[in-house]
Each structure stands twice: as structure tokens, then as C-alpha cells.
Design a protein around this ligand. Sequence first.
Ligand code: NAD
Ligand code: MN
Length: 357
Amino acid sequence: ARTLRIGLIPGDGIGREVIPAGQRVLESLPSSLNLKFSFVNLDAGFDTFQRTGTALPDKTVDTLKKECDGALFGAVSSPSTKVAGYSSPIVALRKKLDLYANVRPVKTTVGSTSGDPIDLVIVRENTEDLYVKEERTHEGPNGKVAEAIKRISESASTRISTIAGEIALRRQKIRAAAPATATRDQSMVTITHKSNVLSQTDGLFREAARKALAAERFSSVHVEEQIVDSMVYKLFRQPEYYDVIVAPNLYGDILSDGAAALVGSLGLVPSANVGDGFAIGEPCHGSAPDIEGKGVANPIATLRSVALMLEFLGEEIAAAKIYTAVDANLDEAKFLSPDMGGKATTQQVLDDVLKRL
Ligand code: NAD
Ligand code: MN
């Protein structure tokens, strides 16, 4: 049996309610998968900051680097007014572990939607583009002028496109393992850019992506490209069209929040922060102070994040089992949490999913 060591970072608020659900689903995978897990609890977040003076203790980073195969991150609270010395631990973690891809699947199920089910994933480059934060302001002849650097490199564009291609291949495998929930036969990657205007920066992204995805091992994946603004239009008109979307940092940020709005509740949307040989699963929602401690947080975003992490650790079959169980829970709609219009508690949703594993 393969044993995976998973770091658990619940963080603040409902992070502490949903991460244990993620742990339970891993512990409950069928033994036929030959997979074992060991867990280590790690601190990060605003509570940690208030107790220790740092939001991301070195011990958390060291343990992840030295001992762990992957991790689950819940959510952290960020004070709305700036607190001296506090900065987001997940942003720091992405840097320290070089997690250069942010992966966000957005999915509806047959039963939970009146139209065609949506099943897409946005693969966002996470290290460059306008987010290098090289800004400056100077005095021009007609007042202030501010500028920012948009940096696109061939290497970062190539590695993010390669990950997108790998995800497309994996989705082929996951669909084959769970044909009942499959929404298409052939995987597709859509390259996002605005190279008609930004011919050098976005032009380089487009060129590197085209080249990376033309590799022999992606020959079963259909590759196309789209200008980002017309993509937004189509994403809202016809979301079921898309499969894998690869984008530079800024477009990816905007597209992924917009796409999450297509599925109703934040409590459904997972993400993963991915580097070479490491992945952190993370629900897209925050610490939800309004429902904290009530036991009603929707665990599904976390359960899907667990599956996503498993995908990146090479365990597609285990991931497919979790996706199928979650989809069945949503389709039957007997145990839905309040954000989905139901009455079930976190525990009841979890139990229903576990029963289906
Ligand atoms: P939020 O995601 O915490 O909550 C927004 C709304 O969605 C709330 O009404 C909440 O109850 C609901 N919601 C979120 N997740 C849910 C779930 N799993 N089940 C049921 N309902 C759910 O966003 P916010 O209220 O803007 O922020 C609250 C705190 O979280 C802030 O301190 C913010 O900085 C932080 N935050 C953290 C992250 C992160 O850790 N990645 C992301 C967003 C916000
Ligand atoms: Mn964002």
C-alpha cells in the first residue's frame, strides 16, 4: 500500500469544521485502493498570529517541505483593517513552496441544474503577469501617472500550459473511471490571451502555450484559444462548452471568481495550489464568521479539494470515487446544507457522502 502524509491546516472559522470532514473522507476511502494516509496538524491563520505573532509559523512550512506529500488548507480570516505584521499565510505558502499553479474546477451536476451540466477547470498561472507588483507613480505634464509591469516569461507560460495539458489528460482518465458522471469524451484546453492587443506579453503566453500543448503526449487533447473578453461572454452564455482553461495570472483570477458564481454556493467550489511534486487542496470560501460554530458549513468544497489534491498526487481513481460520491449527494439532494437550500448539518452531508464511497 502507498502511504501519503497529509498536512492539515484548518486555519480559522469554518476551516476548523470542514478540514476534519476532509480528513474523514480520506480515512474512509475503500481499502481496495491500497492507499493509506497519515496526518499532521499544522497551524496558520489569524488565531495563530494572535497567539504567536506570526500567521505562518516556520514549523508549518518546514513540516510541509520535509514530511508531507500534500496538504489541506481550510480558510483564514483577514482583518478588514490592516494589522501590523499580519499577512495572508496562504499567499506566503504559495511562494515558499513554489506553488505556481492555481487550479479551480467549477462543476454542476445533472440533478442540480436545469441546463447542461458545467464541468470546467481554470488553470491560472500564479507567479507573474501584473502580480509581480512592480508599480510606480510619477508626475506627468497633466498630473500623476501610474504604471505597472506585466511580466510574462516563456518558462512560466510553458510550465502552466504543461500542467493544463496534464489536467486535461487526467480528466480523460477520471471520466473513464466514472462514466456515469462524464460530460464529454475528448478533453480540450482553451488558451486565454489578449494577444491581438498585447502582442508581445500575451503573444508570448499564447506561443509558449501552443508549443507546450503540441507535445506528443497531449495528442489526444483538443487545443484551441480564445481572446479573454469574448471568453467571458461565452463563459456566461455557454459555460458547458469549456473543459480546461489556461490563463495568465490576472485573467485567471478574474475568470475563476466569475466562473465560481455560475454554481450557486461558495460552499461547493474547490481549488488546489500546485507545484512540482506538491499540492495543497483549499476550498475557495473564507472563514465564514457568520456561520462559524453552528455546524452547518457545507463541506463539499473541501471534499472536492481533497479529490483535487489526490489527482495531483497521482491518485485519479481515488479522486474519481470522491467526485462521484459528492455528485450523487448533490443529485439526490436529500442531505443538503443550508447554503444549498437544505437543512443538513456538516456532519449529515459528510455522512451521506461517506455512505456513497
Ligand atoms: P466567506 O467565503 O467567508 O463567506 C461569504 C458568504 O458565504 C458567507 O455568508 C458565508 O456564510 C458563506 N459561505 C462561505 N463558505 C461557506 C460554506 N462552506 N458553507 C456555507 N456557507 C458558506 O467570505 P467573507 O465573508 O467575505 O470573508 C470572511 C473572512 O474570510 C474574512 O476574514 C476574509 O478575509 C476571509 N477569506 C479568506 C479566504 C481564504 O482563506 N482563502 C477567502 C475569502 C475570504
Ligand atoms: Mn481573486
